[in-house]
Design a protein around this ligand. Structure first.
Ligand code: IMP
Length: 432
């Protein structure tokens, strides 16, 4: 009953979309377990670009059952727009997409609150994606949230909407926002309900049945380890459980059902929004990573912050996710750099810290990374399909990652297209 979790090992945008899409070829079920339309998985298939925000990346394979887990927050209008856009590309999800009744709804005033708060926060802004993610999860833990299943019960829906609005009215008013109109939001939800309700299901049950039947499931994380609400660089995090453990609560399965956890990491590091980023570059090399790597947010279009690969962060990601293997993406972007550094740890008063832990990232004093310099290469990598096709320096870069983190590199991506991939362990795809 193989169930594999695919998790971002950094600050999101690691290229999970491509890896999930690739590995989903051999999966029967794909599940998104956390986050909402703050995610943007850009897939390039046959030269065509598709950005998926809510639908799992495995959806492009016509045989996969797609489940949206209850760890997610769903903007119903965005979901329907995405389904329409996929239809236009010839990808139909009819009959193979299920939405958890327990997934929470993002409502228009959640988005407005997110925007107004960020605008008012100045230097302390989190740099959110302004999709209403935080306020929707606040309603969830405040036990006044509206869930997808409420769309089946108009009276209950209206009562809960009224309760949530009462809670937020003073905050909206204090922030200079518009007074939300209960009737208008309610009518809008009723208008969307006929297309959402048929998707509702007990996705935990669907997943359990599939696993008992011996089907292969892939549970796809959103954002990344360092943006996790508990394990990340709090408070500069998203509001959900992005780490592998979130797959259990967010999809409704027990930890014993998960067979394998694969972490996705870029060959360097990026982050969007505010917060600690100790290996950040502010020079021409950082610009090289941004330009060559097309490091601009797929949801917001914001330029991403860029820096050297942080192996201490990866070691931490290994610990909190229980990583069994790594997929290293965008190795090709490092071609042509005049210097190549990786961070192996941090200097602290007690010695060298080899994991980038929350107590370090919350420290008031700037962190001092320990860097190791590795050999650069100039050869383009896009045509490599085997490790042996890579220049020696690039192979050394990968083996240095393996040696330092003690995680095997199972897959390497050398370009955006599906076939621009080196499957280091061919068993990987078969395992799913
Ligand atoms: P929120 O999830 O929109 O509330 O944003 C909280 C933090 O997570 C901000 O720093 C965002 O930039 C970051 N974030 C949210 N989603 C993503 C993502 O998919 N990739 C990278 N960063 C993200």
């Amino acid at each position: 009953m193989p169930a594999t979790v695919i998790v971002g090992a950094q600050w999101g945008d690691e290229g999970k979309g491509k890896v999930v899409d690739l590995l989903a070829e051999s999966a029967d079920v794909v599940v998104r377990y956390a986050g909402g339309p703050n995610a943007g998985h850009t897939l390039v298939v046959g030269g065509r670009k598709v950005v998926l925000r809510l639908v799992p990346s495995g959806a492009l394979h016509p045989h996969t059952l797609c489940l949206l887990g209850h760890g997610m927050v769903i903007d119903p209008a965005t979901l329907l727009e995405e389904l329409d856009a996929l239809e236009e590309l010839g990808v139909t999800l009819a009959g193979r997409l299920q939405l958890s009744r327990q997934a929470h709804l993002i409502l228009p005033y959640h988005v407005e609150l997110d925007v107004l708060r960020e605008r008012g926060a100045g230097a302390t802004a989190i740099g959110t994606t302004k999709r209403g993610i935080g306020p929707a999860y606040e309603d969830k833990v405040g036990r006044r949230g509206l869930r997808a299943g409420d769309l089946e019960h108009p009276t209950r829906l209206r009562a809960k909407l009224s309760e949530s609005l009462e809670h937020w009215r003073p905050s909206l008013s204090a922030l200079g926002g518009r007074a939300p109109d209960l009737d208008a939001i309610y009518e809008r939800l009723l208008a969307l309900a006929p297309r959402i309700v048929p998707l509702l299901d007990d996705i935990s049950h669907s997943l359990d049945v599939a696993l008992r039947e011996g089907k292969r499931a892939m549970l796809e994380g959103a954002q990344g380890t360092m943006l996790d609400i508990d394990c990340g660089t709090y408070p500069f995090v998203t509001s959900s459980s992005a780490v592998a453990g979130g797959a259990c609560t967010g999809a409704g399965i027990g930890p014993s059902r998960i067979d394998r956890v694969i972490g996705i990491t870029k060959a360097y590091t990026t982050r969007v929004g505010g917060g600690p980023f100790p290996t950040e570059l502010h020079d021409a090399r950082g610009e090289h990573l941004r330009t060559v790597g097309h490091e601009f947010g797929s949801v917001t279009g914001r330029p991403r912050r860029t820096g050297w690969l942080d192996l201490a962060a990866l070691r931490y990601a290994r610990r909190v996710n229980g990583l069994d293997g790594l997929a290293v993406t965008k190795l090709d972007v490092l071609t042509g750099l005049d210097r190549l550094l990786v961070c192996t740890g941090y200097r602290t008063p007690d010695g060298i810290a080899t994991e980038l832990t929350p107590d370090l990232t919350e420290a008031a004093t700037p962190l001092e990374p320990v860097h190791v310099e590795l050999t650069t290469w100039d050869e383009p990598l896009a045509t490599a399909r085997d490790l042996a096709d890579l220049p020696t320096a690039a192979r050394r870069y990968l083996s240095f990652i393996e040696e330092t983190t003690d995680i095997s590199v199972d897959l390497v991506s050398v370009g955006p297209d599906r076939d621009e991939t080196i499957l280091v362990r061919p068993c990987l795809a078969g395992h799913l």
